[in-house]
Design a protein around this ligand. Structure first.
Ligand SMILES: Cc1cc2nc3c(=O)[nH]c(=O)nc-3n(C[C@H](O)[C@H](O)[C@H](O)COP(=O)(O)OP(=O)(O)OC[C@H]3O[C@@H](n4cnc5c(N)ncnc54)[C@H](O)[C@@H]3O)c2cc1C
Length: 501
């Protein structure tokens, strides 16, 4: 293998070609058009890992339907802080996409985002009562004012016929529905962003894997890139003033290679996923919703079952899942040794503590790996009793790499969100974790900019507001602004506006 001397120092190098790198590159190009930017992607195409359409569920997470984002306190009050936080973040996402559509940077919105109502479905009197109380509280909030509740099977059947077709059980059911929900093709969005960036002189190198990083004497980074062409393979050295590891499940590996102290103690729990997919038009046309149910008691949020309309390449389909399981890879196209090679002296204790604390979860994940198709279909029938097995095929989803981090009391804890880890000098940063990741990418990446470029924040704020006008304002505290903002983005993105009673 040939080795080539270091190339010119780029202002920014992004490792990985998923939605995170695409969004951050777009923000940099808007803020500093003259900065030099290069992206290195190990696969032959961008957007093929977690961001690819069929590797995730495509839910535009806004806290409208996910039961785990609103929990009941011991005193019976509802804590939906997390739902509000995610909704506020998703409103920024909608604003960024709307601005890019208006600027002609993104294509027709229907190519990557579509209106699909978000529903929560529960069974049994206890959960029906909880959902009613949840609706009463949440629908009084400006961001959830479109949420409707029903415990009438006839109404639920009108909202989503598959939920009531063939339902014979006398067990009570209830649902909430919010028509402002969306389905997103994050893979298509990633592709469109990179397509534009390429014309803006952002270098996008595919088949290029970053294998190593080290510090230069002047504080910049030198990346060792394994560069594959049709008939050659060479190692190139690339210098960068700022590095972003948008490497999905491999982001921690990049921080570890770079010796970033802030990543010490961090580990990952890899979780695979499978979906049942249905393309039969007769079924597909009877379902226009993303319906989330409650995860079984003690099970993690990613095992929360959901029956989803998906719109990919203009075609509609329905998926159910995600049947989480254990798989040692941190990326779908990663290595069987990912988990083993990520264990370091600094994260052994947090990882062991996390495993000790989560034996039930590990058992559940292992049991899902061996779950028969019959049992998987039984789980689907709890949502859609009338389904025909022959309409559904099993497909593999992307890999989730859930964060394990040190904890003073418990030694190590498992986290289910998305987290920014940056070096103290702001020269390198990464995004770890999975959902609600892609939906809240702009908000997460604004944190990267804040943490790594504090000197620029004053300068950049007005330019960021051109893309996200309500940046820095709380929509929760201003019902009028919330209504106006949602109406504007709904119109530009072709999403549903306000519910009319
Ligand atoms: C089953 C599942 C369901 C999900 N559902 C949802 C959902 O409904 N809504 C939602 O908002 N989010 C969802 N998510 C989360 C969402 O998919 C992720 O947050 C998002 O796609 C992460 O984007 P990324 O750019 O960080 O990573 P990725 O899309 O994984 O991209 C990382 C890229 O980096 C490349 N790479 C890695 N290492 C290197 C290296 N050393 N050199 C060069 N290239 C490298 C990889 O090949 C890959 O292309 C889901 C995830 C999963 C797995």
């Amino acid at each position: 293998m040939k080795t080539q001397a270091a190339l010119r120092p780029y202002d920014v190098v992004l490792i990985g070609g998923g939605i995170m790198s695409a969004t951050l590159a777009m923000l940099f190009k808007h803020l500093e058009p003259t900065w030099t930017i290069a992206v290195y992607e190990r696969l032959p195409e961008v957007g093929q890992e977690a961001s690819a359409a069929w590797n995730n569920s495509g839910t535009g997470h806004a806290g409208l339907c996910e039961p785990n984002y609103s929990v009941e306190n011991a005193d019976g009050t509802l804590d939906f802080t997390r739902a509000v936080e995610i909704n506020e973040q998703f409103q920024l996402t909608r604003q960024l996409w709307a601005s890019l559509v208006e600027a002609g940077i993104l294509g027709k919105p229907g190519t990557f985002v579509n209106p699909v109502p978000h529903l929560t479905l529960v069974h049994g009197q206890r959960d029906v009562d909880f959902l009613r109380r949840r609706h009463e509280t949440m629908s009084a909030h400006p961001l959830f004012a479109n949420m409707r509740f029903s415990d009438d099977p006839k109404v639920i059947g009108e909202w989503a016929p598959l939920l009531t077709d063939g339902r014979e059980s006398a067990e009570p059911i209830a649902a909430t529905r919010d028509i402002t929900g969306s389905d997103v093709d994050f893979g298509e969005l990633t592709g469109q962003l990179f397509h534009h960036l390429r014309w803006q002189d952002v270098e996008i190198h595919r088949n290029c894997e970053v294998r190593g990083l080290r510090r230069n004497n002047d504080g910049t980074w030198q990346l060792r890139v394994d560069w594959r062409t049709d008939n050659d393979r060479l190692t190139r050295k690339v210098d960068a003033r700022f590095v972003f590891a948008g490497a999905g499940g491999w982001a921690l590996k990049i921080l570890q290679k770079a010796g970033v102290a802030e990543a010490h103690g961090y580990g990952l729990l890899p979780i695979s996923g499978r979906f049942l997919r249905c393309d039969n038009p007769e079924v597909v046309e009877r379902h226009d919703a993303k319906v989330y149910g409650k995860a079984p008691a003690g099970a993690p949020p990613m095992s929360m079952p959901h029956l989803d309309t998906r719109i990919v390449d203009g075609k509609r389909a329905v998926l159910f899942g995600p049947y989480p399981g254990i798989n040692p890879r941190f990326l779908k196209k990663g290595s069987l040794f990912d988990a083993a090679t990520s264990v370091r002296r600094d994260n052994v204790a947090p990882l062991s503590a996390m495993l000790g604390d989560n034996t039930e979860l590990i058992k559940l994940l292992l049991s899902q790996v061996t779950m028969t198709r019959k049992k998987k279909l039984a789980a689907l029938r709890e949502f859609a009793p009338g389904i025909r097995p022959e309409d559904w095929t099993m497909v593999s989803a992307g890999q989730r790499a859930q964060i394990v981090k040190p904890d003073a009391e418990r030694g190590g804890v498992l986290e289910f969100g998305t987290e920014v880890v940056a070096a103290h000098d702001g020269s390198i940063a990464a995004v770890l974790g999975a959902s609600p990741g892609a939906s809240v990418a702009p908000a997460v990446l604004l944190q990267v900019l804040d943490q790594c470029f504090p000197r620029y924040s004053r300068l950049w704020e007005p330019r960021l507001r051109e893309l996200m006008p309500t940046l820095g304002q709380s929509l929760s505290n201003d019902a009028r602004l919330a209504r106006q903002t949602m109406a504007r983005t709904a119109e530009t993105l072709g999403l549903a506006g306000r519910e009319v009673d």
